[in-house]
Ligand binder design. Structure first.
Ligand SMILES: [Zn+2]
Length: 382
């Protein structure tokens, strides 16, 4: 097994219990794992040596919420929204029509391009949802495309009721033949619990059916107004409740007590000019918080976790350290993946070498490509 010493690290964020952030550090990669972390003044021998010249090194970003598999473009809708039209859940149907019309090879090329864009910007772990097919065949092929890009693929058949369908019949389809078809390809299930999408009972039916097939549970919860999504996530033992923009004190307590991760997606609020999630209230109450891009063509067309970190600091009131933690360890918790999101010994060697002396630059220099190098599973990929 080849070992590589990364040395002369100006600042290493490992999230190690004793020394979560270490100055003048070094790290050894063996195969695809972190084998040693310590001071750059006394380093073990390794086959290869990379001097990063004082740069900061952080764990690869974990983007726990994306919708990367889709056809079409909604820049016109975006422009109209900026001219004053409000966002409504029904806009999803535009993408559904475009996705269904796109042959699988093109669908794959587009999703692969977006996943590559995410990787270049430092995202080494990516979750991808379906949800723009909404037929058995189109949901299955969306998840099959996702399966070529990540092990974290979430079945979101309950994204919106497709045009011409009755909600109750559609939920029968999602929990019956559609789930049957995708259960072997998906790793998790999700439902959009929102007025204009699915109500509490419909979401519970969908999510419990998925859980019974061994799928992990995520919920699109409390995005556009207060609602039952967060409580539903807590009662079902979901991994995450995503969005959490409009939460009551009871919702906050439920998140804290259940350990459900609140996945905040400030780029969606940025793109839709909506109120931001109350991150401070959640953090101060002791809720586990992640941040993610929610990359999708309607409300958040970005793959950049650096941008999300900057927004989390500027708009969610998070400190740069909290924002980076949420973008790495927080995302890993939302996906229940223990060996990513940190750089402790034994972690997967997924890391980003920044073109900066400190991780704070991620928020301090918004909009700038600060990624000098990306290492995934021990391999330099950028
Ligand atoms: Zn979403």
């Amino acid at each position: 097994m080849t070992s590589t010493l990364l040395t002369n690290i100006g600042q290493l964020v490992s999230w190690d219990d004793e020394q979560p952030i270490r100055e003048k550090a070094a790290l050894v990669i063996e195969g695809d794992r972190v084998a040693w972390v310590g001071s750059s003044s006394v380093t073990p021998l390794a086959d290869e040596r990379i001097d990063v010249d004082g740069a900061a090194v952080v764990p690869g970003f974990v983007d726990s919420h994306t919708h990367l598999v889709f056809g079409g473009d909604r820049s016109e809708e975006f422009e109209a929204r900026l001219a004053g039209q409000p966002y409504a859940a029904g806009g999803i149907r535009t993408t559904v029509a475009a996705t269904r019309a796109l042959p699988t090879p093109q669908l794959r090329v587009r999703a692969t391009r977006l996943a590559a864009e995410a990787l270049r910007s430092g995202t080494t772990t990516l979750e991808i949802k379906s949800g723009y097919g909404l037929t058995v065949e189109d949901e299955l092929r969306s998840l099959e495309v996702a399966s070529t890009l990540t092990p974290h693929r979430t079945f979101l058949g309950a994204h919106v009721v497709p045009e011409g369908s009755d909600a109750s019949n559609y939920v029968d389809l999602v929990t019956g033949p559609m789930l049957e078809a995708v259960a072997g390809v998906a790793s998790a299930i999700d439902a959009f619990c929102e007025e204009g999408a699915f109500d509490e009972d419909q979401c519970r039916r969908v999510l419990t059916a998925g859980a019974a097939r061994g799928l992990a549970v995520h919920v699109h919860a409390n995005q556009l107004r207060p609602g039952p999504g967060v409580q539903l996530a807590a009662s079902l033992g979901a991994l995450s409740a995503d969005h959490c923009t409009h939460v009551t004190d009871e919702d906050v307590t439920a998140l804290r007590d259940s350990g459900v991760v609140a996945v905040l997606v400030p780029a969606a609020e940025f793109s839709t000019r909506s109120a931001y999630a109350p991150a401070r209230r959640l953090l101060d109450a002791g809720v586990s918080v992640a941040v993610a891009t929610d990359c999708n063509p309607g409300t958040s067309f970005t793959t950049s976790m650096g941008f999300v970190i900057a927004l989390a600091c500027r708009e969610l009131g998070m400190t740069p350290r909290e924002a980076l933690h949420a973008a790495t360890a927080g995302g890993a918790s939302a996906l229940a993946q223990r060996d990513v999101g940190h750089l402790r010994v034994g972690a997967r060697a997924d890391l980003v070498v920044l073109d900066a002396p400190s991780y704070v630059h991620l928020a301090y220099r918004p909009g700038v490509d600060l990624v000098r190098s990306v290492i995934r599973r021990g391999e330099v990929v950028r």
